[in-house]
Design a protein around this ligand. Structure first.
Ligand code: MG
Length: 157
């Protein structure tokens, strides 16, 4: 059986916050506001995986009202989901993602992101595809006030 799940996330960007994306830190003057590290790509990935497995969403599993998840690396979420998928008998076949941001340029950082995400999920880097888009200067993302990500995950059981 093959199942697909979709995930989306957006975080506001603020001066003086670390920019964590895809499990790595990028050098940039702004970063996402969030209860955890605000990693929009990792969060969208969590929702895609949980959705494909029929296990609800990231807010159910890692509520932002729980101090346990405050400032925690979102890679911990992925490690937990890896266990949930294994318990359900699921194998991750493929992940495809889009990160939408004007700056910084993401392409040069994709190998390190794929490495970090793949390690947390216990899969091969080749099972993760990352793509970058700008928003052509339009709306909050275009003005650099927010960063967003969309992910589709395919599972097999
Ligand atoms: Mg989020």
């Amino acid at each position: 059986m093959t199942r697909a799940g979709i995930g989306y996330d957006l975080h506001r960007m603020a001066e003086g916050r670390k920019l964590i994306l895809g499990g790595i830190e990028l050098q940039f003057p702004k970063g996402p506001v969030g209860h955890s590290d605000g990693d929009a790509l990792a969060h969208a990935l969590c929702d895609a995986l949980l959705g494909a497995a029929g296990l609800g969403d990231i807010g159910t599993h890692f509520p932002d009202t729980d101090p346990k998840w405050k400032n925690v690396s979102s890679l911990r979420f992925l490690e937990r989901i890896r266990d949930l998928l294994a318990e359900g008998g699921f194998r991750i076949a493929h992940i495809d993602a889009i990160v939408i941001t004007e700056k910084p340029k993401l392409g040069p950082h994709f190998p390190a992101m794929r490495e970090a995400l793949a390690k947390s999920l216990g899969i091969e880097k080749s099972a993760i595809n990352l793509k970058a888009k700008t928003n052509e200067g339009v709306d909050a993302i275009g003005r650099g006030e927010a960063i967003a990500a969309q992910v589709i995950a395919t599972l097999e059981r």
